[in-house]
Design a protein around this ligand. Structure first.
Ligand SMILES: [Zn+2]
Length: 462
């Protein structure tokens, strides 16, 4: 069956063909680890997880690379402003390395709770400085760079097709550009490949280079790492839609300038999460919610957020509200109960090819999750044999990643009790003992016995 993906580069849905089938190379721009990820960021990683799972569901072997930006991402859009990590480190009284390590772990923990599959390979900007320097050298040799007092810059006017991804009108953009500008830059779109450490000051993270001591620009790391780890398999590059205008545009310019070859065939972007009322969630807006806060404030299972993300197509803004989240929690609980009821009656047997086909059709049409979920409900309402329904829904869960098999293995409990049990299981996994005790008391107050056994928690009516 054909796979159709919307390609930002061409602004239309195209049939996806890997360069070296059945292998597919996917690169996702990872987090800048100076703070927790907010749920808007996490929505993007749920999108790339679905993308990857759908390709696996279609029989492709996916090599997925994700980077960790642990150096040099500046607070301004275009190479002005402070390094976010060094700034964060100062604020928290820790070293930049400690900050990076701490938030890297926090990020990995978040994606684990959301059942986002780990990439085949994690890579860190600070582990690939030599590769980045080598790439900048190539650009220098080909005449694409120039030096200013504060760094080595890429001359965007020398790269034809600079706006091919963003389709921006640069003249109009320049008119409206803020005054935050480096007068030595030849074009306002030029960007730093290498920044020098400030005169007379030592940075915590700095390296020698042929041009002087300093640190790499943000964009160069993704070019260097994707080429290093994916080689020729430059199939899909994905990330948040906020990366289109600057970060991905610059990645394409410097990579294609260096190699003379197209850099990634497909560019896919997940839309923002907006707070009901219309504002996008962003660290810079100061309105960001971490996954932890979202879960604890609303008493939900983290997978309810994953399920909530499925309700909106990835290219449309997802509206976040507590009501929408509560609805998702109920929806997920309902689905789990449906599966549990089936599992109580029969063993999973064979997959129904008709429903599998319909499910795949929805997914292969640019990852239409809302439609795929409708197919799941049609399946559960159908008059197929229970054993077939069960096998088919488990198969679909390879893409959804909602742990439906685990739900089936647990005892049938009312929805509200079950939500508390799920929340307590997570609290215990995270060693939040006070919260765990509080949740136990709540479950007991509802008339249930809670026992902690070596194989897990047991909850039942006395
Ligand atoms: Zn990137």
């Amino acid at each position: 069956m054909e796979l159709l993906f919307y390609n930002t580069l061409t602004r239309r849905k195209e049939v996806f063909q890997p360069i070296h089938p059945p292998r597919v190379g996917v690169y996702t721009c990872g987090p800048t680890v100076y703070n927790y990820a907010h749920i808007g960021n996490l929505r993007t990683y749920i999108f790339s997880d679905i993308l990857k799972r759908v390709m696996m569901y279609n029989g492709f072997k996916v090599k997925h690379v994700m980077n960790i930006t642990d150096v040099g991402h500046l607070t301004g859009d275009r190479d002005m402003g402070e390094d976010k990590l060094e700034k964060g480190a100062r604020k928290e009284g820790k070293s930049a390395w400690e900050i990076a390590e701490y938030y890297t772990q926090a990020f990995k923990n978040d994606i684990k709770r959301l059942n986002i599959l780990d990439p085949t390979l994690w890579c860190k900007a600070t582990d690939t400085i030599d590769d980045q320097i080598a790439l900048i050298r190539t650009l220098e040799q080909k005449g694409y760079t120039y030096k200013t007092k504060d760094g080595v810059y890429f001359d965007t006017s020398k790269f034809e097709g600079y706006t091919k991804l963003s389709h921006q009108d640069l003249e109009a953009l320049q008119e409206g550009a803020r005054v935050e500008r480096n007068p030595e830059k030849r074009n306002f779109t030029d960007f730093a490949l290498w920044k020098f450490s400030p005169q007379g000051a030592r940075r915590q993270m700095e390296w020698p280079s042929p041009w002087g001591v300093g640190f790499p620009g943000w964009h160069i790391e993704c070019s260097a790492m994707s080429m290093k780890f994916l080689g020729e398999m430059l199939d899909i590059h994905c990330g948040g839609t906020d990366h289109v205008d600057v970060h991905h545009t610059n990645e394409i310019a410097q990579s294609e300038a260096a190699t003379g070859k197209p850099f990634f065939n497909f560019w896919m972007h997940g839309a923002f999460l907006i707070i009901a009322g219309g504002k996008k969630m962003a660290k810079s807006e100061g309105n960001f919610l971490t996954l932890e806060r979202t879960i604890s404030m609303n008493g939900i299972d983290p997978l309810a957020f994953r399920f909530a993300a499925f309700q909106t197509h990835y290219r449309k803004p997802m509206e976040y509200s507590e009501t929408a989240l509560a609805a998702a929690q109920n929806g997920l609980q309902h689905l789990r109960n449906q599966v549990r009821t089936l599992a109580d009656q029969a063993q999973a047997d064979r997959i129904d090819p008709g429903f599998q086909e319909k499910f795949k059709q929805a997914l292969n049409n640019d990852l239409n999750m809302p439609q795929a979920l409708a197919v799941v409900q049609d399946l559960l309402k159908s008059d197929l044999a229970v054993s077939v329904k069960l096998a088919t829904v488990y198969d679909m869960d390879r893409v959804m990643g909602l742990d439906l098999d685990k739900a089936a293995a647990s005892e049938t409990l009312p929805d509200d009790v079950h939500a508390l049990v799920d929340a307590r299981r997570i609290a215990r996994e995270e060693k939040q003992w006070a919260l765990s005790d509080e949740l136990r008391d709540k479950i007991q107050a509802m008339g249930y016995v809670v026992q902690d056994k070596p194989q897990g928690m047991k909850v039942f009516k006395p």
